[in-house]
Design a binder for this molecule. Structure first.
Ligand code: 5GP
Length: 179
């Protein structure tokens, strides 16, 4: 597995420090509130698990499973919902927890979908942001790292379902995903 990684972009410690900083901001901003965190599966599951344990306010969590990529490393633009919310988010303060904001297609779709359920507020928290590839102008309210236009894996992010268990964010060797 490690042999497929070209370089480590963000170390385990750097991720840990960033997750704490993001949680501090959310704790402050939502101190009198009872938000619902919505994790976007599968990629956000590690980030969600670490973030939520640094959240000190009372909150709930839910997950959605969507896919925009299939097994390819380039976006298709099509978004499919595999798992919908279990909670009613009407009049709730909602925070979407995403692993990476890339073209913005997935989140644009998802945010429109969630807005149609009338939350009282909707914010986006993403660990990684690849602004160079943005096709739709979305900005995250809570953003971890801006990264260059490279395909990354680890800390929940996969390529063909592999590498999610790496504790750091690494750049995959291009020969692994070029057909
Ligand atoms: P968007 O719709 O913003 O282009 O894509 C968001 C989704 O694409 C992410 O949730 C993630 O699943 C996938 N994605 C985008 N860039 C990368 C990347 O560099 N590595 C991996 N593993 N997935 C990515």
């Amino acid at each position: 597995m490690v042999k497929d990684i070209e370089s480590v972009l963000i170390t385990e410690q750097e991720v840990k420090d960033m997750v704490s900083r993001l949680a501090d901001r959310i704790n402050e901003d939502y101190k009198d509130k009872f938000p619902v965190f919505i994790g976007v599966l599968k990629g956000s599951f590690v980030f969600m698990a670490d973030l939520i344990r640094q959240i000190k306010i009372c909150c709930e969590i839910d997950f959605m499973a969507v896919s925009s990529y299939g097994n390819k490393s380039v976006t298709t633009g099509a978004v499919k919902i595999y798992k919908d919310l279990e909670k009613d988010i009407e009049n709730r303060d909602v925070i979407i927890v995403e692993d990476i904001l890339d073209s913005g297609l997935t989140l644009n779709y998802l945010m429109g979908y969630l807005r149609s359920r009338n939350p009282s507020s909707l914010r986006l928290c993403t660990l990684l942001d690849k602004p160079a590839r943005r096709m739709i102008p979305i900005t995250a309210d809570y953003k971890g790292f801006e990264i260059p236009d490279a395909f990354v894996v680890g800390y929940g992010l996969d390529y063909q379902e592999k590498y999610r268990n790496l504790p750091y964010i690494g750049i995959l060797k291009p020969e692994i995903y070029t057909d």
